[in-house]
Design a protein around this ligand. Structure first.
Ligand code: DX5
Ligand code: ZN
Length: 229
């Protein structure tokens, strides 16, 4: 994995599924190398999205892309193999859904995928400390998981700062991802907090021009991160 950070990861949850292939192609033509897939089970979150079949379609449409599967489901261990087989490069599970988190993370790695852990808005960052050396990515949810199109929860900024501080303190190298309500208005500011991966659903797929919006988000994230002035 060799990315020019920070990266924009469109969440296909907000895509028009009657033209999913077309819209994914618009993303990759605009330089997208990372795609975010939101899996919801109607139990851990109050919504149902899609399963491994769609992830497999994304993999076929964008064979070169890095596919990040965000599992908002109970008992994620039951489905890790299915998503790994469908083509996931990285699988993220929720801290709140995993009583045996370390084992679940090991299980993801055993299936050949990179590993991620997510926390909900009301879960403190400090709880992640024991697992941070074992994951490739930590995800701060900036909306309550379950739906696209919600407003960014402002207290998530302090959580990004705490996570970045913990990363320096522990000397670990996991990526920091933010998910929920990311848009052209807030992305530059968020990028100043050493955020590496910005998930963006509605702000990408509900835009009049997907490619233009991706360029705008990428540019603003890079300015915020100090990569360009
Ligand atoms: C929320 C999902 C997000 C969501 C982001 O449960 O994890 O990935 O699709 O969508 P927007 O960018 O519309 O908030
Ligand atoms: Zn997500």
């Amino acid at each position: 994995m060799n990315f020019d950070l920070p990266v924009i990861a469109p969440s296909i949850l907000a895509a028009d599924f009657t033209k999913l292939g077309e819209q994914i192609n618009e993303c990759t033509h605009a330089g997208i190398k990372w795609i975010h897939c939101d899996i919801m089970d109607g139990h851990f979150v109050p919504n149902i999205s899609y399963g491994p079949v769609i992830v497999q379609s994304v993999r076929r449409t964008a064979p070169e892309a890095f596919i990040d599967v965000h599992l908002m489901i109970e008992n994620p261990d039951l489905f890790i193999e299915d998503f790994a087989d469908a083509g996931a490069d990285l699988i993220t599970v929720h801290y709140e859904a995993c009583p045996h988190l370390h084992r679940t993370i090991q299980n993801i790695r055993l299936h050949g995928c990179m590993t991620g852990v997510a926390i909900n808005p009301a879960t403190p960052v400090e709880l992640l400390r024991p697992i941070l050396s074992d994951v490739d990515l930590a995800l701060i949810m900036s909306v309550n998981p379950g739906f696209g199109g919600q407003s960014f929860i402002k207290s998530s900024i302090a959580k990004l700062q705490q996570l970045a501080e913990l990363r320096s303190l522990l000397g670990t190298h996991f990526l920091i991802q933010i998910d929920g309500g990311v848009d052209p208005e807030n992305i530059q500011h968020l990028a100043q907090e050493r955020t590496d991966v910005f998930v963006a659903g509605s702000s990408v797929f509900k835009a009049n021009n997907i490619g233009k919006r991706i360029h705008e988000l990428t540019q603003k994230a890079r300015v915020g991160a100090g990569k360009i002035v």
